[in-house]
Design a protein around this ligand. Sequence first.
Ligand code: C2E
Ligand code: MG
Ligand code: MG
Ligand code: MG
Length: 294
Amino acid sequence: NADAAMYAAKSAGRNNYKFYTADLNVRASEVLAIESQFRGALERNEFVLHYQPQVDMTDGRLLGAEALIRWNHPEQGLIGPLRFIPVAEERGFIVAIGNWVIREACRQLAEWKAAGCILPKLALNLSALQFRDPELLSVIEGQLVAYDLDGACLEIELTESVLMDDVEGTLQAVEALRALGVSLAIDDFGTGYSSLSYLKRFKADTLKIDRSFVRDIPQDLDDSAITRAIIAMAKTLNMQVLAEGVETAQQWRFLADEGCDQVQGYLVSPPLPAERFEAVLRDGAMLPSEMALP
Ligand code: C2E
Ligand code: MG
Ligand code: MG
Ligand code: MG
């Protein structure tokens, strides 16, 4: 009967509503929990950097690494950046975190250098907000001086949206970084909007092909065509091209055939804690075992 049906629909609707708000509350309380713990986490040194190797496709030589932040949470264990970086950006903590990343990266580079293991280049991810921070340059320069490091040992990874957000401002900041010897990589390339003419003006050193294009090569013909086109374009613009998220030997082979310069991904190595990365650094080469060289 109609009344019963109406009642059922209403209560179902109410339940949906309840689930919906419960879900939002969970998320909101997680954001609050993360927010309230940030400052303490920085003071207690709960953040850590992991290091993912970047290798030359022709000989497996270790060319550099990307520093990826994790939060070693006292109760929840290791928390990945996707769970807290957006909150940090929203709540005004990202500059403090970014400054910590710069300092920790330089400290670690100096420690490895003192131990006789030279990492040619360490790439850092900087949020757009950090890139707008007028102190950024002096923070980087200050840490390079404090740890007696050459600017060439750092690379800054920016996404297309950062480049396009404020073209002139970003160009100025990039020029100033370059004057310190720091190089520039464009991260997640192909997922944002960027004008090719600006890409040329930025003179980025490295173009990182986003993992979403790499995932289904060589089976997916569209992704294969896009990847091939990005490699060709990078070469034309005299940039190094690096493929992110390489997990399989087939992906490696396709990329090698297309002339991709560098690779970063689980096939070579996942991001590693400092002690384990140091062992890689001592070896110097990281060719995945199944990748026989020509
Ligand atoms: P990203 O800069 O594009 O970093 C690459 C991400 O892909 C990392 O995730 C890495 O662990 C993951 N990855 C690498 N190889 C593979 C692979 O073969 N397969 C798969 N499935 N994944 C792979 P992670 O560490 O979770 O970082 C996620 C994002 O968080 C980063 O994306 C970056 O945008 C951001 N992030 C990480 N560290 C920092 C930081 O220190 N500061 C800021 N502002 N953002 C950071
Ligand atoms: Mg990155
Ligand atoms: Mg990326
Ligand atoms: Mg990404």
